[in-house]
Design a protein around this ligand. Structure first.
Ligand SMILES: Nc1nc2c(ncn2[C@@H]2O[C@H](COP(=O)(O)OP(=O)(O)OP(=O)(O)O)[C@@H](O)[C@H]2O)c(=O)[nH]1
Ligand SMILES: [Mg+2]
Length: 348
């Protein structure tokens, strides 16, 4: 029997949580097309005939713009410390895509190494370079190049594999698509073979270490990510106010915190249409989780600057790391310049 803790790290949106869910065969982690979907680490224990794999899904590493972003990065970096094996995940670039401000920008001088010209390297690889440099020196690591279903010309992968193998002594590099069950199985087999012999640390029933309230918060936030756009998904946090288990159904009251009145307006929608839709979809997902009927009441509250307020972050479950140095490992993104409004009357 093999056992090991396997930490999944990489840029936001590459498919780390999708891999966790596919490995578990359950939709445990929230997944969305919005970068920075995962905000905290999540354990998922995969039971296989010859191995137990304790996956730790982590928030995508990025250049932060807020204290929340710094804590997300710190949570991911902290999870690297307990890993027997690291799975660094990247993805093939969507046609014409460029990494957004969420991607970690590498130092340009470092990005153009002697072994490759900049033209040979996608901007994604440039961003990954800075993150791979953060991997602990002696850790065993695999690279998964995800989303190969997007590649028409698979021969392009050879150059990509070469590029990455010059960055770190990965024990294996596995191109895959998390949309293909065969690929998921292939990735799991490679992971399993890289784990040490050892007895399982969790009993066979253990799926995760997070309480039900964590998933209720997450499943509400998942619907916000799916049903709103622009800055709204990033500006929302969910707090659980009350959970009461009645004889027939569970009553849940939750507050969605936004930073600005305009965001509240978008989240509530015309005559409450958007928040109603979010509530209905989240309720279905929560009912499947708790295996009983639920009544979900959602409130939307403006909590200015919650993403930068340590007390509010802690109340919402985004705790700082034990080692404060971890919050400073990735440089903050430069503040965006917001154009000054000039009054029509000429006052400034
Ligand atoms: N085409 C394609 N899309 C994928 C694949 N794997 C994941 N996705 C999609 O990529 C998006 C991001 O997936 P996530 O699993 O949330 O990514 P993540 O790395 O956990 O992102 P963060 O939590 O933001 O760090 C979702 O829309 C997924 O459906 C894949 O193999 N192929
Ligand atoms: Mg994720």
């Amino acid at each position: 029997m093999r056992f090991g803790t396997v930490t999944l790290v990489g840029r936001p949106n590459v498919g780390k949580s999708t891999l966790l869910n596919a490995a578990l065969g359950e939709n445990l982690a929230i997944v969305s097309s919005v970068p920075q979907t995962t905000r905290d680490t999540l354990l998922g224990v995969v039971q296989r005939p010859a191995a137990q794999i304790a996956f730790i899904d982590t928030p995508g590493l990025h250049r932060p713009r807020s204290e929340l972003g710094r804590r997300m990065n710190a949570a991911a970096l902290d999870a690297l410390r307990s890993a027997e094996l690291v799975v660094f995940m990247t993805d093939v670039a969507a046609p014409g895509a460029r990494p957004g401000p969420g991607a970690a920008a590498a130092n340009t001088a470092e990005a153009t190494g002697p072994d490759a010209t900049r033209a040979e390297r996608s901007p994604y690889q440039t961003a990954d370079r800075a993150l791979i440099a953060l991997l602990p020196k002696a850790v065993h690591a695999l690279l998964v190049i995800n989303k190969v279903d997007r590649l028409k010309d698979k021969s392009k992968l050879l150059g990509t594999i070469d590029g990455y193998s010059s960055l770190y002594p990965f024990e294996a590099i596995v191109p895959a698509s998390m949309r293909s069950p065969d690929d998921v199985e292939r990735v799991l087999t490679v992971i399993e073979q890289a784990l040490p012999e050892g007895a399982p640390a969790y009993d066979a029933e253990t799926l995760t270490n997070r309480p039900v309230t964590f998933f209720i918060q997450e499943y509400i936030r998942e619907q916000v990510l799916r049903q709103t756009t622009l800055e709204v998904p990033h500006a929302v946090a969910v707090g659980i106010d009350r959970i009461e288990h009645g004889p027939k159904l569970t009553r849940i009251a939750a507050t969605l915190h936004v930073e600005k009145p305009g965001q509240r307006k978008i989240l509530v929608g015309h005559a409450g249409a958007v928040i109603r839709e979010i509530g209905t979809a989240a309720r279905h997902r929560i009912e499947a989780l708790i295996e009983r009927r639920a009544h979900l009441e959602l409130f939307v509250r403006v909590t200015p600057r919650w993403r930068n307020a340590p007390r509010q972050l802690a109340e919402l479950g985004y705790t700082p790391p034990d080692d404060p140095k971890l919050t400073r490992v990735l440089a903050d993104a430069p503040a965006r310049r917001t154009p000054k409004r000039t009054s029509r009357r000429g006052k400034t």
